[in-house]
Ligand binder design. Structure first.
Ligand SMILES: NC(=O)c1ccc[n+]([C@@H]2O[C@H](COP(=O)([O-])OP(=O)(O)OC[C@H]3O[C@@H](n4cnc5c(N)ncnc54)[C@H](OP(=O)(O)O)[C@@H]3O)[C@@H](O)[C@H]2O)c1
Length: 251
């Protein structure tokens, strides 16, 4: 898919990988809808997109709130008329603890943001994409570290959702495609929490070790790989995973 003039929704666009994705979509002449809860952060992303000559709009949305998601999608359709790409990038990794000591509410919030939020967005966007028989959805994968079971269970569920959705779309002869992205370790607010807190250093010491040895990826690498993937994506490839190291020859 060529991105010029297309409408792209990026969740979690106020920081980290989401901001880099939103900027890269802007540089590729897409109209970028930036969603997350913190409006000030989204406004900063939109400003960066506009400074680079792109078109961006901030729509503050809690992706775990069905009404807010519905309103966001309606607003995008009213404004731009179509939704061509959705990147379910928003994620939460707040619960860093062993299962025996975990705070169940924080744990459930991680599951909810990583799994239920993308489901709500899919539920609102898919009927539109399926009726046009066109569209690309990307769901953000994540690691499954010990001490991070809320995050891991949410991401594992999201990957199953991605796999089965790809099969459902193929079964219905739909040209709508769904992919999962695996970014590798990127230094962001999420991973800083693992490197700088006692719980993070105890349960996920590899994050700080990687920071210390400089073994991390830049968020821009994920963004650049995403644009490449979208340009070459074919319905036969739907359901596949990709990342910055992917060779897209057979994609
Ligand atoms: N960094 C890595 O090494 C790494 C590795 C593998 C996968 N990932 C995945 O990459 C994605 C981006 O993470 P990141 O590393 O860039 O961390 P980040 O900077 O903490 O980004 C997470 C984003 O999610 C948004 N968010 C959280 N809860 C939300 C909610 N209820 N509704 C809407 N937005 C919400 C946050 O914005 P608000 O707080 O303003 O809502 C924030 O912009 C996540 O899915 C993460 O699991 C990251």
């Amino acid at each position: 898919m060529e991105l010029e003039g297309r409408t792209v929704i990026v969740t979690g666009a106020g920081s980290g990988i989401g901001r880099a994705l939103a900027r890269e979509f802007g540089r590729n002449s897409a109209r970028v809808v930036c969603c997350a809860r913190r409006k000030a952060r989204l406004d900063e992303t939109v400003k960066l997109i506009e400074e680079e000559g792109g078109v961006g709009v901030a729509i503050p949305t809690d992706i775990t709130d069905h009404i807010q998601v519905k309103q966001m999608v309606e607003e995008v359709l009213d404004r731009f008329g179509s939704i061509d790409v959705v990147f379910n990038n928003a994620g939460s990794f707040q619960s860093i603890a062993g299962v025996h000591e975990v705070d169940p509410d924080v744990w459930w919030q991680d599951v909810t943001v990583n799994l239920y939020g993308p489901l709500l967005i899919l539920r609102e966007v898919l009927p539109h994409m399926m009726s046009r028989n066109e569209g690309i959805i990307i769901n953000m994968n994540g690691g499954r570290p010990v001490g991070g079971t809320g995050y891991a269970c949410g991401k594992a569920g999201l990957m199953e959702l991605t796999r089965i959705l790809a099969e459902e779309l193929k079964m219905q002869d739909s040209a709508v495609m769904v992919f999962s992205a695996g970014p590798g370790l990127v230094r962001t607010e999420m991973t800083e929490l693992q490197a700088t807190t006692e719980a993070g250093r105890r349960w996920i010491p590899s994050t700080k070790d990687s920071f210390d040895s400089g073994k991390t990826r830049a968020p821009e690498e994920v963004a650049v790989a995403t644009i490449k993937m979208i340009q070459v994506a074919r319905p036969e490839s739907s359901g596949k995973s990709y990342g910055p190291a992917t060779d897209f020859t057979d994609f």
